[in-house]
Design a protein around this ligand. Structure first.
Ligand SMILES: [Zn+2]
Ligand SMILES: [Zn+2]
Length: 334
């Protein structure tokens, strides 16, 4: 039976709800979820560190197989209508395509934005057997040999890393602060493009892990750019101090409030710095991420970053395990 696990608020167990498989409208689709990985922001919501409207089906890193379509189905990112049986991932956001942000390369800030794993009702999240995809979603078909464990995080971490590197532009050296999945993805993508990558994290095990994702031991004389993925104040300050004159600092990790950091405008002026915020990504970034993962899944051990997969019926255990063991990712499979 199609079953979704609804989040009603922190401290309450997720509530299973059996539902009738929705009849998708024009431009929509219903997908059977193969795997959902828990992102750090799911943990923030589940444990009450940030508030989201409820009841909601959490989970926004998914891979699935198209199961039900209307006469005029959702098309993939290339404009090809989806077919039943297509294995896909899709954009974490849905956008209208017409408003000011949508027509200015910021669909993730659409005036009528919705987000998978945040939109109430549905189910529009990953902790369910089936997810309802709405019009305005960028769906991407996946290479058949890409494991679910490497594919699911494309929807959040990997595509966001692609957006960060697009914001940076061409570089030779990169500092990544924070070696969670965002940081590891940025390391791998940049090193695959021939960039000399160095990484900082307060956890030595994660620094060691980053070496498997292309980070190196040496420290370049000049750092062209830094991407800040930790969301903490100290690494942000450090990243700012390390970027060369004329370099770029991308801030992407700070998705919950942090203490302010001191910024001297004169320093930004004299060092000709560029400071860019990146939140989520565009459909083109998702496509970049899917292509990268398809070409490099054997070069970097992405699938191994999902340390354990729980059945959907034990989703509460999955959250407890994630909080206790702090693995890079935990999976949930219906
Ligand atoms: Zn996420
Ligand atoms: Zn829009």
């Amino acid at each position: 039976m199609p079953t979704a696990y609804y989040f009603d608020g922190p401290g309450q167990p997720l509530r299973p709800e059996v539902f009738a498989l929705p009849a998708p409208g024009p431009g929509e689709a219903v997908v059977r979820v193969s795997l959902c990985t828990l992102c750090g922001s799911d943990l923030h919501t589940y444990f009450g560190r940030r508030a989201e409207p409820t009841p909601v089906v959490l989970g926004h890193e998914m891979v699935g197989v198209v199961e039900r379509l209307p006469n005029k189905p959702l098309s993939d990112i290339h404009g090809e209508p989806l077919r039943v049986g297509d294995r896909i991932t899709w954009s974490v956001i849905g956008a209208c395509g017409h408003c000011f942000p949508c027509t200015h390369d910021l669909p993730q800030k659409c005036d009528t934005l919705f987000k998978y794993g945040k939109k109430t009702g549905g189910p529009f999240g990953g902790l369910t057997t089936h997810c309802h995809l709405l019009n305005g979603t960028a769906a991407v078909k996946l290479p058949a040999d890409l494991p679910d464990e490497a594919a699911a995080p494309l929807m959040c971490a990997t595509a966001t890393a692609a957006a960060c590197l697009r914001a940076v532009g061409p570089i030779e050296t990169l500092l990544v602060t924070g070696a969670g999945l965002l940081g590891l993805s940025a390391c791998a993508m940049a090193s695959a493009a021939g960039v000399w990558v160095v990484v900082c994290d307060r956890d030595d095990a994660r620094v060691a892990l980053a070496k498997q994702f292309g980070a190196t031991d040496g420290w370049p004389e000049r750092i062209d750019a830094a991407v800040e993925m930790s969301g903490a104040a100290d690494p942000t300050r450090f990243a700012l101090s390390q970027v060369r004159t004329g370099g770029t600092l991308v801030l992407a990790g700070s998705v919950t409030p942090t203490p302010p950091i001191e910024l001297h405008p004169e320093e930004v002026v004299r060092r000709c710095l560029r400071i860019v915020g990146v939140h989520n990504y565009t459909p083109a970034d998702l496509l970049t991420a899917v292509r990268f993962m398809g070409e490099n899944q054997r070069r970097f051990p992405f699938a191994e970053l999902v340390s354990r997969v729980f059945p959907l019926s034990e989703v509460g255990e999955a959250f407890a395990f994630a909080a206790r063991e702090k693995p890079i990712r935990v999976g949930v499979r219906a």
